[in-house]
Design a binder for this molecule. Structure first.
Ligand SMILES: Nc1ncnc2c1ncn2[C@@H]1O[C@H](COP(=O)(O)OP(=O)(O)OP(=O)(O)O)[C@@H](O)[C@H]1O
Length: 503
């Protein structure tokens, strides 16, 4: 194999350069008889890898955690990082990468982690492993989110092993190779703040600002305070992320502060779910007895989590007033971003007269529509794809709403809404509206039953469906006639799928 086709590691990586207070060097624990489950050509391309490398045995061994010679021939020095966090609203103390091991940072600046690669000093009684079922979900969903245009960690590869892993039943092990420009979470900052380790707190903030938020150094807002500007920038990225989650109907399920990315990425695909029938109070995590992370609470929870980050950054900002002001931006950015997303789903571009939600069309159309979808338990994704088709096929402004009426019980209320909608739509360019809707309303999202279907095939030894589903989810706005079933209503058994935190 030509060595240049393998990832080129940059040593020390930027995170590694922070020093030993932030991590522990360690090697992944090898697994028996590793095999490929799936790979992502898209992530490989993003990382500038030669796609042929992913076909090699060297890649299989490396990405299963089996290439553990010390020192590694390619100069890697894997590590697990320490962080803390609030879980379900309660301070949980020290956590850390309990089953994720960072192989290193590539020369193009991507950190590469193996999730499920064995125990670390932060495993706290866990086995350091992940099972095939949850790993398929993480692999597919992180790639699906990227294709939907939603910021996320990426997945490069998924490998499996016959190694038994005990969960509710005995399952087999798998390892997701995931990739991000940084895996730093709110919890990393909370960790050093809680221990009053101000030097480390500052070093971490400086690293992230310099690498990912350099504009905060020169910003004049918030009295030119770089750390306050940093907090504001993170608040705004998080607000935009949440707007995208809510608009696509994505329920994360475990929005603990250790699962909040400092780059505003979606991270940690555990009990997540895309809504089937629209239910604003939906709780996708069966371990979340209080419904803390219900779908409609997510924006509020993100704000709560940002407060924890603000608290952690307070010693650096050195002003309560500036900290509160920085966090306040969330309150304007989230509603505006959400309204823009929702109006786009309806084919209505931002109004020059004023951006949403000041835009009266939000109150006029979006709130009543969501009420109709909730009252009638209408499938969220299918409603918007049918509406898109209806607008695309409209003749001289006449929209045939029958395919939508078909899935709504209370037709009188819907008819009134569709009348108002038609009037608003008539005020914008029809072709532009149809185009906007096409780009805003995916036909394919990773619904629970779709994940379950490919998981069952993979558990029976057939991995081809994982790769096929990845191909469809990589182009979610296309119609893929051969896979029309995957864009259809969920089967009855979908409601019996229980996804908990045990993965
Ligand atoms: N099987 C396991 N073995 C060891 N540690 C674990 C295991 N499962 C979870 N943890 C640790 O418990 C904490 C909370 O777990 P959580 O489910 O939020 O994360 P995760 O899914 O393991 O990983 P990540 O957030 O990195 O995607 C983390 O510190 C995580 O590393």
């Amino acid at each position: 194999m030509n060595e240049s086709t393998a990832p080129q590691w940059h040593r020390p990586g930027r995170f590694e350069a922070l020093g030993p207070a932030f991590f522990t060097y360690l090697q992944p624990t090898p697994v028996p008889a590793p095999h490929w489950v799936a790979t992502s050509a898209s992530t490989s391309q993003l990382m500038g890898l030669n796609p042929e490398w992913l076909q090699t045995d060297e890649a299989l061994q490396t990405l299963s955690g089996n290439a553990v010679s010390v020192p590694s021939p390619d100069g890697r020095k894997p590590l697990a990082s320490v962080y803390s966090g609030h879980q379900f609203g309660v301070w949980a103390g020290q956590l850390g990468d309990g089953r994720a091991i960072m192989l290193g940072e590539t020369s193009l600046g991507f950190e590469v982690q193996l999730k499920g690669a064995g125990r670390t000093p932060y495993s706290r009684g866990g086995d350091g492993r992940a099972v095939l079922r949850s790993s398929i979900r993480e692999f597919l969903c992180s790639e699906a989110m990227a294709a939907l245009g939603i910021p996320t960690t990426r997945a490069l590869a998924l490998t499996g092993s016959p190694l038994s892993v005990a969960r509710e039943t005995l399952e087999t092990a798998a390892i997701v190779t995931r990739v991000a420009e940084s895996f730093v979470r709110f919890g990393h900052f909370e960790h050093f703040a809680a221990r009053d380790m101000q030097e480390e707190l500052k070093a971490l903030a400086d690293l992230i600002i310099d690498q990912h938020y350099p504009e905060c150094r020169t910003a004049t807002a918030l009295q030119g305070n770089a750390y306050a500007n940093f907090l504001q920038a993170v608040s705004e990225r998080t607000a935009r992320l949440l707007a995208q989650w809510q608009a696509v109907g994505f329920c994360h399920g475990v929005m603990n502060t250790d699962n909040m990315s400092i780059l505003g990425l979606t991270i940690d695909y555990g009990p997540f779910q895309f809504l089937d029938a629209f239910d604003p109070g939906h709780v996708c995590n069966h371990s979340d007895n209080q419904g803390r992370y219900a779908f409609n609470r997510q924006p509020q929870v993100a704000y709560w989590n940002l407060y924890c980050l603000g608290q952690a950054l307070l010693p650096l900002i050195d002003s309560e007033e500036l900290t509160i002001a920085a966090l306040d931006s969330y309150k304007t950015v989230f509603p505006a971003a959400y309204a823009t997303q929702m109006l786009s789903k309806l084919g209505l571009p931002e109004d020059a007269a004023g951006t949403a939600p000041a835009d009266g069309r939000f109150a006029l159309l979006v709130n009543p529509l969501l009420q109709i979808l909730a009252d009638n338990k209408v499938d969220y994704t299918i409603f918007f794809t049918r509406l898109t088709e209806a607008v695309q096929q409209a003749q001289e402004g006449n929209i045939d709403f029958e395919p939508l009426r078909d899935i709504i019980l209370d037709r009188a209320t819907f008819d009134a809404w569709s009348l108002t909608y038609s009037e608003q739509l008539a005020q914008v360019d029809q072709a532009q509206a149809a185009d906007l809707m096409q780009k805003s309303n995916p036909c394919f999202v990773l619904r629970n039953h779709l994940g379950e279907t490919v998981i069952r095939a993979a558990q029976g030894g057939d991995f081809a469906p994982v790769q096929q589903m990845l191909a469809v989810l990589h182009a979610p706005y296309d119609s893929h006639p051969a896979y029309a079933d995957w864009a259809g209503f969920p089967p009855d058994w979908a409601t019996t799928i229980e996804i908990s935190c045990s993965s």
